[in-house]
Design a binder for this molecule. Structure first.
Ligand code: AMP
Length: 145
């Protein structure tokens, strides 16, 4: 296995998130690598009610981001992950995950094969998008099957 120095773990707070984070922590320990968690709050502007796009609500985005920060803090504190390694962004998940991986100089992104978007695809849409956009290695941890 390659030696990884900085790992970024994508967390969507689905029930499988722990499996993904635990796998990443294990790799981080064995490689003596740094590890950060990221959660991306999807733009409400990109949420659809049936076929109708809902108008963008920046205040709602901020409220959701604050809520996500709380959730991520609780998870990270339990796992002993430093405050500086807990990242919440607002945007399109696949883009933000890849952008932050670049900013952090991550050489591995760890992501679940599936998340809240379900099992209908061979690979979840976020996992698939990250795989296509990332400039570093991506580990899709098999979950949900
Ligand atoms: P999906 O492609 O949405 O089925 O999700 C696959 C994986 O992508 C999840 O297990 C997470 O690792 C990651 N992921 C999905 N949505 C987000 C999000 N909003 N923020 C961070 N990671 C996410």
């Amino acid at each position: 296995m390659a030696d990884y120095r900085q790992i970024l773990v994508a967390v969507d707070f689905s029930t499988e998130s722990r499996v993904v984070v635990n796998k990443a922590l294990d790799i981080a320990r064995r490689n003596n690598a740094g590890l950060s968690l990221i959660h991306v709050v999807e733009y409400t502007g990109s949420v659809y009610a049936g076929d109708i796009p809902l108008p963008e609500d920046l205040e709602l985005d901020q409220r959701l981001a604050d809520q996500a920060k709380g959730q991520l803090e609780a998870m990270a504190a339990e796992l002993g992950i430093a405050e500086s390694a807990r990242i919440v962004e607002i945007g399109v998940p696949k883009r933000e995950i890849v952008r932050i991986a670049g900013e952090q100089g991550a050489d591995l992104i760890v992501i679940g094969s599936h998340g809240r978007h379900g099992l209908q695809l061979l690979l979840g849409s976020t996992a698939n998008g990250v795989l296509h956009l990332a400039k570093c290695d991506v580990l899709a941890v098999r979950v949900g099957t």
